[in-house]
Design a protein around this ligand. Structure first.
Ligand SMILES: NC(=O)c1ccc[n+]([C@@H]2O[C@H](COP(=O)([O-])OP(=O)(O)OC[C@H]3O[C@@H](n4cnc5c(N)ncnc54)[C@H](OP(=O)(O)O)[C@@H]3O)[C@@H](O)[C@H]2O)c1
Length: 320
């Protein structure tokens, strides 16, 4: 475990170097761990330009006021988009690229705990899988050019670092095998394999997948059972959710600490370039023989082809 004091000391030393003119893109920073990481980053960078992608420009007004107080030299751009669709991600990236010639940090944390089961997007993909994988990789793919203009681009995906395992190869998109554990494992493994593909082609890029641990945010508060779901489930759901929150709180990491830790990983020059996985205490995840074998045999190419085919299908579905 990296002690919180060591995290704070490293962050303070980074801040003292007065890094100027860095460009950051945050997806999922309108709440929770992403927002906390953004707040920490604002205190570490001297004169950053920050793009925040979110779904409500009116809510952004309030958040903007708070963020400005953390760094009066920062420039903010809010990009309103529906990032649970590939089309929405494309529109967001198009907007970002009109002004961002380079991107130094890309931090992605949009998502939720899919306790209410599958939700289909207008493009026919499962929503939580989209936010966790299809859309996050699409951001990386679309923003590659400005990321390549940075001397040390750092990409972070906050979700399930260290939980990568065997792929369900017979049903890569989980069309017939969607369960919460399958979704969590498949999106984590596919992401890290795709990260390896990007790392191989971009030798100065650092790609980080983290497991944040339990952090008391709104992550389990938002999903609600649909009107068509079982009556008993709808009535017991709020109770079960509250119970889950109480259990979580025993192991929870304070939100501010989580933000400090993620900013530490984003900025720490002690590691990188390459692909890295960390737990909630900034410890590198143990080596995974399964992942290593996959990378050696080139499984990332198969995942990449499948990812591209899924994007195409999603975009075609929306159009039709
Ligand atoms: N908190 C935990 O204990 C924990 C544990 C393990 C993994 N994680 C994962 O870590 C990530 C961040 O979690 P968090 O705790 O920071 O969650 P959070 O506080 O609920 O924030 C989630 C972010 O994702 C955005 N988002 C959620 N649903 C969306 C949708 N349908 N379309 C567009 N944006 C959407 C939210 O936007 P709005 O502000 O517009 O709602 C917000 O910016 C998630 O992927 C979560 O699954 C969290």
């Amino acid at each position: 475990m990296v002690a919180l004091a060591a995290v704070r000391a490293q962050n303070a030393s980074f801040a003292a170097q007065k890094h100027a003119n860095d460009v950051c893109v945050f997806v999922g920073a309108t709440n929770g761990i992403g927002e906390s990481t953004l707040k920490a980053m604002l205190t570490l960078l001297a004169t950053p330009t920050v793009y925040v992608v979110g779904r409500s420009a009116s809510r952004w007004q309030t958040q903007h006021e708070q963020l400005r107080q953390l760094n009066t030299q920062a420039k903010f751009n809010f990009v309103e988009a529906e990032i649970s669709t590939i089309r929405g991600v494309d529109e967001a990236c198009k907007q970002i690229k009109t002004t961002a010639n380079k991107i130094d940090y890309l931090c992605m944390s949009a998502g939720y705990f899919p306790i209410v089961g599958q939700i289909k997007t207008p493009e026919g993909l499962e929503q939580c899988f989209t936010l966790s994988y299809w859309s996050r990789i699409r951001f990386l793919h679309n923003l590659l050019e400005p990321l390549q203009q940075s001397p040390r681009p750092r990409i972070m995906s906050i979700l399930a670092g260290g939980h990568e395992t065997q792929l369900l190869e017979h049903d890569m998109g989980l069309e017939n095998s969607w369960t919460i554990p399958n979704f969590a494992k498949q999106s984590a493994t596919m992401k890290v394999l795709t990260f390896h593909r990007f790392a191989a082609q971009n030798p100065n890029m650092t790609l980080i997948h983290t497991w944040p641990g339990f952090v008391l945010t709104d992550v389990e508060r938002k999903p609600k059972p649909g009107a068509s779901s079982n009556f008993l489930w709808r009535w017991t759901f709020p109770f079960l959710r509250s119970l889950g929150r109480v259990i979580m709180s025993f192991k929870a990491i304070p939100l501010g600490e989580s933000g400090q830790r993620h900013a530490y990983l984003l900025t720490n020059e002690g590691f990188g370039p390459g692909v890295f996985r960390f737990n909630e205490y900034c410890e590198a995840s143990p080596k995974s023989e399964i992942l290593e074998n996959y990378v050696e045999e080139g499984k990332q190419e198969q995942v990449w082809e499948f990812t591209n085919a899924t994007w195409e299908k999603a975009l075609a579905t929306w159009k039709s």
